[in-house]
Write a protein that binds this ligand. Structure first.
Ligand SMILES: [Zn+2]
Ligand SMILES: [Zn+2]
Ligand SMILES: [Zn+2]
Length: 365
């Protein structure tokens, strides 16, 4: 906090000393960070591949979700761990009630406002909230970092902006020639046409449309005849890690904000000013969200699930809870479909723990 206050003070003094100054550093000055443009494209593609892979894997490996809370389980039978906090859960002794889940139970992409000009107009205000499109925040991150989508245009500059007493100003208006080179520059960047309506596919129709467009999808997930499940699960897991690691890298330079009280998220230099926070104490804040810097788990809902070690064993037992580990649902799904357990999740999935045999369960309990 002290650092933030000191930084704000320094910025204020710098503004006073030099009321009109050229902003040096991208992306704050309106320019893209060139080294992150290919990363943004990779994240964008990886997310497509991930969704494509998941749309197939979830038809082959059953996904369970609780009817009364957000708990998800991967496997043929739901677990028996009594952690339900949904309506009437005390009557059920904390048991979950399992129903069929799908791709959205496995991974969730919260939405945020799409900014046309992240530098010049970075904060959506309350009465603009219905006019500004909302798209998955990970997609907005890719756009702000350099992915061009016809459907969600965004202002790109060839010259850095000025700050005049804290206000952002474009000084040089573009000449016609520059305008042309800019168009050429970015048209090379535009992905194949199907991506432009990509965001709409996050809806319920997503699975089918993604399957229909399989021929457009990235190379390593083309749906070849006879392709085996293991290979698909490995490819899907690779896409997951590529998406996560790339998004983390972009987030070091392109800030993402989340509310400290609710799951609201916004990609951009600052959080928005839409007063819609319903979480505790929102009256005191007049519905304003309490913005703080987001982490990758705010951008991509990982939905941690219990890891099932023995796919043919009985349901996970409440009394053995302490022997079980967890993993993001995507990872668990891919592991159950044949992908090897990634090293960084071995201890979280508690593969280092020896679990008692089935016939010993009563002794442990
Ligand atoms: Zn691309
Ligand atoms: Zn539940
Ligand atoms: Zn909030």
């Amino acid at each position: 906090m002290k650092v933030l206050i000191r930084r704000a003070k320094e910025e204020r003094e710098a503004r006073k000393a030099q009321p009109c100054r050229l902003l040096q550093n991208p992306p704050d000055n309106g320019l893209l960070l060139p080294q992150l443009v290919p990363v943004a494209h990779r994240v964008y593609r990886a997310q497509h591949s991930l969704l494509f892979g998941l749309s197939k894997l979830t038809t082959l490996v059953p996904v369970q979700r609780c009817r009364f809370c957000t708990e998800v389980h991967i496997g043929h039978v739901g677990h028996e761990i009594r952690t339900c906090t949904g309506p009437n859960s005390n009557i059920r002794g904390g048991s979950h009630v399992w129903g069929k889940g799908g791709i959205h139970s496995v991974v969730f992409f919260p939405k945020c406002f799409h900014l046309y000009d992240r530098v010049g107009k970075s904060r959506v205000v309350h009465n603009e909230r219905f006019d500004v499109p909302q798209i998955p925040a990970i997609l907005e991150l890719c756009i702000q970092a350099g992915v061009e989508l016809e459907k969600y245009p965004t202002k790109r500059r060839t010259k850095p902006v000025y700050s005049i007493e804290g206000r952002i100003v474009d000084f040089e208006s573009m000449t016609e020639e520059e305008e042309e080179t800019k168009v050429n520059l970015y048209s090379q960047n535009i992905d194949s046409p199907f991506v432009s309506d990509f965001a709409t596919k996050f809806g319920d129709g997503m699975k089918n449309s993604i399957l229909e467009e399989k021929n457009d999808l990235s190379d390593h997930l083309k749906d070849k005849e006879g392709r085996d499940l293991r290979e698909l699960s490995i490819g899907t897991m690779d896409s997951w890690f590529e998406m996560i690691s790339g998004a983390k890298k972009i987030m070091e330079k392109y800030t993402v904000w989340t509310c400290g009280y609710c799951p609201e998220i916004q990609v951009g230099p600052k959080g928005h000013k839409v007063r819609m926070c319903k979480a505790s104490n929102h009256q005191q804040r007049d519905g304003m969200h309490a913005w703080q810097e987001a982490t990758i788990d705010d951008l991509v809902g990982p939905n941690y699930v219990w890891h099932v070690r023995d796919l043919n064993g009985p349901p996970l037992n409440n009394n053995l809870k302490r022997y079980y580990g967890k993993a993001p649902a995507v990872v668990e799904l891919c592991v159950q479909a044949g992908a090897p357990v990634p090293d960084q999740y071995r201890s979280m999935m508690r593969l280092d723990v020896v679990s008692p045999d089935r016939d010993e369960v009563d002794l442990v309990a």
